[in-house]
Design a protein around this ligand. Structure first.
Ligand SMILES: Cc1cc2nc3c(=O)[nH]c(=O)nc-3n(C[C@H](O)[C@H](O)[C@H](O)COP(=O)(O)O)c2cc1C
Length: 372
């Protein structure tokens, strides 16, 4: 609720219509606080592919899939996962603020991918609220031991047809690590993927402070000599030349060893493939990630390979060599075998990190329009 002092600033001379406008603006600040927390959600390459319209007590969420990776964002699936995480945050922040939410993910003529309707409730608070600001991606190595009591908290995370599954078997974790890095190898081996990967990276700290979309280099946790090398790798002829002496494979093997330094993995699985299913998958991912954060553990999504496999399956892109295509599809199959389920749409590696993240990725202010 707003503070009484904020409600008392209306002078007697204010006309009745202005008075209502001020009351509405007070409501706006409450809503904007909730949306601010919503946009702390993760998105692929921090693209923040969303905007909002507010009508009365309902927020309409619109997706901006064109901001996401043009190759990997098949059927806007990555965008919808990010929107799901956003909706989950909004729901948690609203409850913290004494509001219930009714969430409608149906297709409508308004083109919104989600409509969130708010209602006053008689209590406030949500146990995961304070983890929204703390949650972030940590790409460092993790310890391989996790307190088994933590796993209890992860049981039963589901939303619609999506659910989170825990993978603790060491061999399965190593398989996931080893298979996921084919994404990095493909990005270094294929001119087209190389371009889209390097186009998403930026070096400027000010851009990060302004909430710019993309991967801020410091969050990638590269050792300093590799950071320097990265500037040169931006040029395809340099990468192509280094590949002749096995650079792409070597880099992938290095990352595989890093990803295996993980306590457990959380896989989000789906039986359906609709837009609503992927939004629900995003809600599950975010709930699992916030729960992980609440336990003082770190997380990193390993999702690129899953999307790349979908791209390869649906297109006959001659830019990706046929041998590499086969390996990408086999890697996806290995991940599903390791998880013990089909329909894996997100993997989070989790664990107690060796060190904190070197930098946090920032957000731009939410884009909100108010409609009558
Ligand atoms: C759908 C989706 C896919 C992602 N894929 C990867 C990935 O493959 N590797 C990775 O390191 N991070 C991945 N991320 C993490 C984002 O890069 C990260 O959430 C974003 O840059 C914002 O940073 P933050 O999580 O620290 O707030 C993914 C996030 C989402 C939502």
């Amino acid at each position: 609720m707003e503070k009484l002092s904020e409600m008392l600033v209306v002078p007697n001379s204010v006309a009745r219509s202005d008075f209502h406008e001020i009351i509405r603006m007070i409501d706006r600040s409450r809503l904007e606080r909730i949306l601010h927390h919503g946009t702390k959600a993760p998105s692929g390459d921090n693209t923040q592919p969303w905007r909002f319209a507010v009508k009365g007590d309902t927020v309409y969420v619109y997706a901006l899939p064109e901001l996401d990776n043009p190759i990997l964002n098949i059927e806007a699936r990555g965008t919808m996962i990010a929107i799901g995480a956003l909706v989950e945050n909004i729901s948690i922040a609203a409850q913290e603020d004494g509001l219930d939410t009714a969430i409608d993910l149906s297709h409508g003529e308004d083109d919104a991918v989600a409509r969130v309707h708010f209602d006053e409730r008689d209590r406030s608070g949500h146990p995961l609220f304070h983890t929204i600001e703390k949650r972030h991606t940590n790409r460092n190595p993790y310890h391989q031991i996790i307190q088994p009591s933590f796993f209890e908290h992860l049981r039963d995370i589901h939303e619609g047809d999506a659910r989170a599954l825990l993978v603790t078997d060491r061999h399965a974790i190593e398989t996931i690590a080893h298979s996921s890095v084919l994404m990095e190898e493909a990005a270094l081996r294929t001119k087209k993927l190389h371009r889209s990967f390097f186009d998403s990276i930026f070096w400027d700290e000010n851009k990060n402070e302004n909430g710019e979309a993309g991967m801020y280099i410091k969050t990638m946790e590269l050792p300093p000599p590799v950071q320097l090398l990265f500037r040169a790798l931006n040029f395809w002829p340099v990468t192509a030349t280094l590949n002749r002496i096995g650079f792409a494979r070597g880099a992938a093997l290095g990352n595989s060893a890093l990803y295996a330094r993980t306590g457990a993995c959380i896989a989000v699985i789906l039986t359906g493939t609709t837009q609503e299913d992927f939004i629900n998958a995003g809600r599950c991912m975010e709930r699992a990630w916030l729960t992980t954060t609440a336990e003082g553990l770190a997380a990193q999504p390993l999702a690129g390979l899953l999307y790349l496999a979908e791209y390869v399956r649906r297109t006959n892109d001659p830019d990706i060599a046929s041998q590499l295509r086969k390996r990408i599809l086999a890697a996806q199959e290995s991940i599903e075998q390791a998880v013990g389920s089909k329909g894996v749409v997100m993997i989070l590696r989790i664990g107690l990190p060796h060190r904190p993240a070197s930098a946090r990725t920032k957000r731009r202010a939410p884009h909100i329009t108010y409609e009558q």
